[in-house]
Ligand binder design. Structure first.
Ligand code: R5P
Length: 410
């Protein structure tokens, strides 16, 4: 029997606003789901809510002709325009509804600030004002070269950086490996559970994975395999590889993560560890994510981060995690593998969303964010807002409006 497609209400966050620049919805590249009855800013063929094939053209003959006329005009204009290098720009792609079926509210947490409520009205106005912005042009995002990889490696990479849009939303919960019970991550299982369906992958230690993540999850695990020092010890940069490749395989790791401390006392040890780890992991088709650690003595500017990222890539890292900085394009532009940006310490939600937006504009594939999600008063609202930038078309204003709306209703 033919199954009946029906709207599961998963599309509510992803409806596209009507263009206000005079263009029609189809003309602006939007697609319509006849089942859900809404338009999306998406490149997907099927509705992420109900699975219906999306309509890319109007139904009426007159509408189709109008659209064809517009396309032929814009093709001519594009051909005439002296675009510097079309391959170097990319249009922010499809909005992506959440994974999974239902939208749980965020777990109530200790109140941090009352500012969200008072800012709600202003943000809603800002959302309305910016909703009509055209799609944003951003720097080229360097995705993985899956074609050059063996099947297992390519398959694991594709589970972390989603091939549909070349983007990644990684949720970082590995902080305890040197910080112990980090604020608001005291009970990892309770923190992780409501967020799991909204991230593409989870970065964590084997201890947290075994104790705090249900083995039934389909979310890929990025396993931290380096450690050995603590926040109260002598030198945080003195890390070694602490997990064997066999244990990583037992844990079904989709990638291994290790920090390098370029310019520190233990620079040699951590970089050599990276090189060795890549060699071992490669044998089993497991990608390695190198984390360029920063600290009091280590810089956080484009010069330092370019150096650290490039060194990580030269050692064979498949993905590099680093920090956002001024002139970030220099960092992404000189690193031959995909870069993902760490969130860093807790900042106001609006700023963390701006960081996400700027990172992607600057050529990162996405964010590996921790504290700015689970130290928020509304972690689920926050991860959904971050997701609407990483996999959607929201800018920071629109994502912040979404955060406030979800926080209010959650
Ligand atoms: C850093 O090495 C930690 O392992 C975290 O994974 C990383 O800093 C990302 O988390 P956050 O967004 O809290 O900075």
């Amino acid at each position: 029997m033919r199954s009946v497609l029906e709207c599961k209400q998963l599309c509510v966050d992803s409806k596209a606003s009507k263009p206000t620049d005079g263009r029609g919805r189809y003309e602006a590249g939007q697609r319509r789901c006849n089942t859900c009855g809404v338009f999306f800013d998406t490149a997907n063929m099927h509705c992420q809510c109900c699975g219906t094939k999306l309509r890319t053209k109007p139904r009426s003959k007159a509408g189709k002709e109008r659209l064809a006329a517009v396309h032929s005009r814009s093709d001519t204009t594009a051909a005439e325009a002296a675009a510097p290098n079309p391959a170097e720009t990319k249009t922010v792609s499809a909005p992506e509804p959440k994974r999974g079926a239902k939208a749980p509210g965020s777990k109530p947490q200790k109140s941090r600030s009352g500012a969200a409520a008072t800012a709600a009205a202003a943000a809603t106005a800002a959302t309305a004002a910016t909703a009509a912005k055209p799609a944003t042009t951003v720097s080229a995002t360097r995705g993985p070269n899956l074609g050059g990889m063996d099947w297992g490696l390519a398959n694991r990479m594709a589970s972390i950086i989603r091939p549909e849009d070349n983007r990644a939303l990684m949720l970082a919960v590995d902080h305890g490996y040197f910080l112990g019970p980090t604020e608001r991550l005291e009970e990892p299982d309770r923190v992780i559970a409501p967020l799991l369906e909204y991230c593409d992958s989870l970065m964590l230690t084997r201890g947290v994975q075994r104790t705090s993540v249900p083995p039934t999850t389909r979310t890929p695990m990025v396993l931290r395999v380096s450690g050995g020092s603590s926040i109260i010890g002598e030198d945080l940069s003195q890390e070694d590889v602490t997990v064997s490749i066999q244990d990583a395989i037992r844990l079904n790791a989709s990638a291994l993560a290790l920090s390098i401390f370029v310019g520190s006392k233990y620079e040699y040890q951590t970089i050599a560890n990276l090189g060795r780890l890549v060699g071992q992991a490669q044998e089993y088709g497991i990608p390695v994510l190198a984390v360029t650690a920063v600290g009091k003595e280590l810089g956080k500017d484009a010069r330092y981060l370019s150096l650290a990222c490039r060194i990580a890539a030269e050692q064979g890292a498949h993905i590099v995690k680093t920090y956002y900085c001024e002139d970030f394009e220099k960092v992404t532009g000189s690193c031959p593998v995909p870069i993902i940006v760490a969130g860093g310490k807790k900042i106001p939600e609006r700023d963390a969303l701006e960081l996400t937006y700027n990172s992607i504009r600057g050529g990162a594939v996405g964010v590996d964010m921790g504290r700015n999600i689970w130290q928020s008063d509304h972690p689920v609202a926050m991860i959904r807002a971050v997701r609407s930038i990483v996999h959607g078309t929201n800018d920071a204003d629109r994502a912040y409006g979404m955060y406030l709306d979800l926080a209010k209703s959650g």
